[in-house]
Ligand binder design. Structure first.
Ligand SMILES: *Cc1c(COP(=O)(O)O)cnc(C)c1O
Length: 395
């Protein structure tokens, strides 16, 4: 990959160089941004043959015929993400939900519409499975009951670890064994490949809302699935017919985001660990959910505690949201600025109240995504907001 480097480069090095291998030969420094919607060709017969290949999910050499089939700039992001996750392929989509929808549609199309999933999941993912809108049928399981829920028509097992929003962790090696021949899909949005590479732990498919840490600046909506070539073909077929393509500019920005991903995630994780420790001592906080503080967590899986934490307040959680002045009071996560939100009102509002409570998402739970601000500025803002929340209950 890199001249003069025989062994595989370090992850940090891959994050900078993946998807850019040919730039020096092209005489370029920044990757080219190809905004074409169509690609002229004088030989229609040859184009017909290539179109067929694209429609079957292959990627024949040369230009993509039409922008819904493929895009060279997006292709760079896909190659880079596949490399970082240790996967054969990656397929990018217009959003994280478009990526998950394509996985479910591919599963239904393969004649195995039954999905086993472990709660909690991101609210819209939970809703998509619970509603059966795409023709899947879900059985909810715990890691312990998962194997017993598998049926001959089970096409997919779906988990998040750490899970949104409670940061609950699952042992992926154990889950991969329990799944047997059924593909295990891991939503790795919270950990990013910097802290956790599910394929190394036995998972088959890794999904990201690229909107979060991969983009990293709150200005790109995107999704991506890393997997083997066979499933990637099914996903490209689905993308071709549904049109859930990632815009080339988004692909450009996501590739740029990957180059700083390790630095951003490491810095935010260190701050999150410090804030989680302080929150655990704070009188207005009932409970802190943070992987780095849990002694019983799976070993050798998530490196460090990560940039997200959640905590339950005794006072009014809405007053805490209303009182922050530095931290951004908004849903979403993974940006350079810290974001706080109330899962029961926003990210998980669409999940039924009972299901929400059973998954550990209480009314007092707040989720905090740490950015790149200084830890003392964040703590000053957070502790002042906690006082406001506690006062609201008292008053
Ligand atoms: C945000 C999110 C999604 C959905 O991604 P979009 O890009 O918003 O469609 C899926 N999974 C997790 C864990 C998320 O946080």
């Amino acid at each position: 990959m890199l001249d003069g480097v025989n062994s595989k480069p370090d992850f940090d090095t891959m994050a900078v160089h993946a998807g850019r291998e040919d730039l020096v030969e092209l005489g370029l420094h920044a990757p080219p941004l190809d905004l074409s919607t169509t690609y002229p060709a004088r030989d229609s017969r040859a184009e017909a043959a290539r179109l067929e290949e694209f429609a079957e999910g292959a990627r024949p050499p040369g230009q993509p015929v039409y922008a819904r089939l493929d895009n060279p700039t997006v292709g760079r992001f896909e190659r880079a993400l596949a490399e970082l996750e240790g996967a054969e392929q990656a397929v990018a989509f217009a959003s994280g939900m478009a990526a998950l929808s394509a996985c479910l549609l591919a599963t239904v199309a393969a004649g195995r519409p039954h999905v086993v999933a472990v709660r909690p999941l991101y609210g819209t993912s939970d809703h998509l499975l619970a509603s059966g809108l795409l023709g899947t049928r879900v059985s909810w399981a715990t890691p312990e009951t998962l194997a017993a829920e598998l049926r001959p028509d089970t096409g997919l097992v779906l988990v998040e670890t750490p899970a949104n929003p409670t940061l609950r962790e699952h042992d992926l090696r154990d889950l991969a064994i329990a799944c047997g021949e059924v593909p295990l899909l891991v939503d790795n949005t919270f950990a990013t490949p910097v802290l956790q590479r599910p394929i190394e732990c036995g998972a088959d498919i890794v999904l990201h809302s690229a909107t979060k840490f991969l983009g990293g600046h709150g200005d790109v909506l995107g999704g991506v699935v890393a997997c083997r070539e066979g499933f990637a073909r099914s996903l490209r077929q689905m993308r071709f017919v549904t049109g859930a393509t990632l815009h080339p500019l988004a692909g450009y920005l996501l590739l740029r985001g990957l180059s700083t991903l390790p630095v951003r995630v490491e810095a935010a994780s260190a701050t999150a660990h410090e804030l989680a420790t302080r929150l655990a001592e704070h009188p207005a906080v009932l409970r802190v959910h943070y992987p780095g503080l849990d002694p019983l967590r799976p070993r050798g899986q998530l490196r460090g505690g990560g940039p997200l934490l959640a905590f339950e307040v005794a006072g009014d959680p809405h007053a805490v949201i209303g009182a922050v002045r530095l931290i951004t009071p908004a849903v979403s996560l993974g940006s350079v600025d810290s974001l706080i939100q109330h899962p029961a009102s926003l990210s998980h509002h669409i999940v039924g109240e009972d299901d929400r409570r059973n998954a550990g998402i209480s009314e007092g739970l707040l989720r905090l995504s740490i950015g790149l601000e200084h830890v003392e500025d964040l703590w000053a803002d957070l502790s002042a907001a906690l006082e406001a929340g506690a006062a609201r209950r008292a008053g």
